[in-house]
Design a protein around this ligand. Structure first.
Ligand code: SAJ
Length: 411
């Protein structure tokens, strides 16, 4: 039987989850404290872009199972998908608790609360479940952290394996039935602590491996070889899959989640070092660009940044390393920024052609596909191109005098 669901928080995770549940035939009420967002959705528009989301939104509007509301509706399931920013390396649960406080006001016995937000390993057991127990003894609960990647959220929400951490078997079974209305991947059940910890372990795994790639890049620069070629060849080994270096790690999860583990246990040396290596990368870019300026004797050059999003082809700039690179560069140089996707760059978003005709140095920070087309011969003003993703190839420089310097390539 299809259920009544209230989704609290209509962001990058809450909104797609709500729409998929509605497409699955459930009656879904999307609630958010942000009146502007509610207004946009009520007009039938989307507050952000994500592949396939527009089509899905139109589809559920036609089916008539999704309702946007500025008052929380009583429902069989409350799905909490609010942000959990980092505070002193722990998950700040203030938005989770303010959502729970709203649930408390309308909660009826035997309803179910699901936490989709990323929380620390023991936050459910130690903080969230005890809070719920203060207002009801008759409830079902599961931690079911989202694991979809921005840029391919809908596909991953449907096809990825899902982990549901319920208090006991009945909680797991209830939530599993609900998620089965849209998840095609395998659904596993476990405890709230394991479900929450899996999520932060997954992102820590990625952070540590990116740090390894970034360290290899720095070693390559010291020793004078090309790390991209070395990684490609090392990855020919059957059991090796080295990731790619870059200007640092962004996004709402990988730079944050490992800290939740660091805060939870003293056994955190590798996690801490990896976080620090990745956080250092914007300074590494700054050092490299400054070195190039000095070496080429450029006096007060104008620098053009390509890319502000935290990764390619998305409009998401949360925790983007570009923010720190720009902040550091702006202390000494004039900086222009272009990003075709992100509307909120820290200063004016300069058109690509205008930027390329104005600057002396280009620093590529996000490997958006659109940048692959640039032909530098059209811009004789550009003397140096610092490429932190090894994006540009020889063809981009045919007929151009610009020097191409790549992160992780030593002389
Ligand atoms: N990055 C590198 N080198 C790489 C891969 C990534 O420097 O080889 C950088 C990217 O440029 C970016 C950052 O890391 O700045 C993160 O990008 P990503 O694409 O690896 O991951 P996210 O943050 O977009 O999404 C991650 C995913 N987690 C994992 O792959 C383990 C996603 O599945 C999670 O749902 C999401 O975090 C989340 O919400 O936790």
């Amino acid at each position: 039987m299809k259920k009544k669901v209230s989704v609290l928080g209509l962001g990058y995770i809450g909104l797609p989850t709500a729409l998929l549940l509605a497409k699955g035939g459930n009656q879904v009420f999307g609630y958010d404290v942000d009146e502007r967002k509610i207004g946009i959705l009520k007009k039938g528009l989307l507050p952000f872009e994500e592949k396939g989301l527009k089509e899905l939104f139109s589809q559920v509007k036609r089916i008539g199972t999704f309702f946007v509301t500025d008052t929380l509706q009583s429902a069989d399931f409350y799905i909490i998908a609010v942000p959990t920013p980092q505070i002193h390396h722990e998950a700040d649960l203030k938005y989770v608790f303010s959502a729970l406080a709203k649930v408390k006001k309308i909660f009826k016995n035997d309803q179910t609360i699901v936490i989709e937000s990323t929380v620390g390993p023991e936050d459910c057991q130690r903080k969230i479940i005890p809070y719920i127990k203060k207002f009801t003894q008759k409830f079902y609960f599961a931690s079911c952290p989202e694991r979809a990647i921005p840029g391919n959220t809908l596909y991953e929400m449907i096809h990825n394996a899902r982990i549901i951490g319920g208090i006991d078997k009945e909680d797991c079974a209830k939530v599993k039935r609900l998620y089965s209305t849209f998840v095609k991947g395998e659904i596993f059940t476990t405890t709230p602590t394991i479900a929450s910890t899996c999520k932060v372990m997954e992102n820590s795994f990625r952070d540590v491996n990116i740090a390894l790639a970034n360290e290899f890049a720095q070693i390559a620069e010291d020793l004078g070889f090309n790390v991209w070629e070395a990684i490609e060849l090392a990855n020919k080994h059957l059991r090796v899959k080295i990731l790619q270096p870059g200007p640092g790690v962004g996004g709402h999860c990988i730079p944050i989640d490992p800290w939740f583990l660091v805060a939870a246990s003293k056994n955190n040396d590798l996690l801490t070092i990896s976080r620090n290596i990745n956080d250092y990368m914007p300074s590494h870019v700054l050092k490299a660009v400054k070195g190039l300026i000095q070496k080429n004797g450029l006096k007060s050059p104008k620098i053009g940044i390509l890319g502000y999003a935290y990764k390619k082809n998305v409009d998401d700039a949360r925790e983007t390393p570009a923010k720190e690179v720009i902040r550091l560069l702006k202390r000494k140089f004039r900086v222009l920024v272009n990003d075709p996707y992100v509307s909120s760059v820290p200063q004016q978003n300069t058109g690509l052609h205008k930027l390329l005709t104005t600057v002396d140095i280009v620093v590529l920070l996000t490997n958006h596909d659109v940048y692959r087309q640039i032909s530098f011969k059209k811009y004789p003003n550009i003397l140096l191109v610092y490429d932190s993703h090894n994006l540009f190839k020889k063809g981009n420089f045919r007929g151009s005098q610009a020097q191409h310097i790549v992160l992780g390539v030593g002389e």
